[in-house]
Write a protein that binds this ligand. Structure first.
Ligand SMILES: Cc1cc2nc3c(=O)[nH]c(=O)nc-3n(C[C@H](O)[C@H](O)[C@H](O)COP(=O)(O)O)c2cc1C
Length: 212
């Protein structure tokens, strides 16, 4: 397969310091709003990169479920590979790949486990099937077969058959990624892309342009 001819010229827009919002949260809100308005598929899907303390990296998609000035929130199984890596090394990175807008947003930060009340409130909002699935799947661990998974799901369904509420599984939780730096990237012609990065500077944020 020849991939050498697969290339796009980016020309949808530009990004300069005067275009930026006062802080990365407001800027992210603007760009996420534009990604939603443009009809992007799963605009809140992001890559979360974690690593072991000795520096072995791993990455996967998760769904952003909230953000504010404190940071970016996602939910997962805390006993998963990502959960174990975060427990040992909270440094992580997020990436929003908004290809149709020729944009990406990168976040470098630290993950903190969310308070149980917040986890419970979100878990309760999930469809019942997803709540059952969270009990049935010990995320990231080997499973012998699809049949084993199905049997586990059926067992959990039976266990909670008479329960109106499905409680939060002990392994399940969520993280707040507190940003240290947030980069807004806009593709430009001739690979002269715009990269503007907010970095923490005392109580506020400093902005720097990086070479593409
Ligand atoms: C679009 C998309 C969204 C996903 N959202 C989540 C999520 O919010 N939480 C989650 O635990 N896994 C989510 N997954 C599955 C993860 O990518 C991954 O397979 C799983 O979390 C196990 O990762 P780990 O073994 O590295 O911990 C999503 C996958 C895709 C493709």
């Amino acid at each position: 397969m020849d991939l050498s001819t697969l290339r796009e010229e980016y020309a949808r827009g530009g990004l300069d310091v005067p275009d930026l919002a006062a802080d990365p949260t407001a800027m992210f809100e603007r760009w996420l709003g534009e990604a939603i308005a443009a009809g992007l598929h799963e605009p809140n899907a992001m890559v979360v990169a974690t690593s072991t303390p000795d520096g072995t990296p791993s990455s996967r998609m998760v769904l952003l479920k909230g953000f504010d000035a404190d940071g970016f929130v996602f939910f997962t199984n805390q006993a998963s590979r990502k959960g174990e890596e975060i427990a040992a090394n909270p440094r992580c990175a997020l990436l929003f790949p908004w290809h149709p807008l020729e944009r990406q947003v990168r976040v470098d930060g630290r993950a903190e486990a969310l308070a149980q009340e917040r986890v419970e409130a979100y878990f309760a909002s999930r469809p019942r099937g997803a709540r059952i699935g969270a009990w049935a799947s010990h995320q990231s661990r080997p499973v012998a077969s699809r049949a084993e998974l199905a049997a586990s799901y059926a067992k959990v369904q039976e266990r909670f058959a008479d329960a109106e509420e499905v409680p939060v599984p002990p392994e399940w939780g969520g993280y707040l990624v507190v940003p240290e730096a947030v980069e807004f990237w806009q593709g430009r012609p001739g690979r002269m892309h715009d990269r503007l990065v907010y970095s923490r500077d005392g109580e506020g944020w400093a902005v720097e342009r990086l070479a593409p």
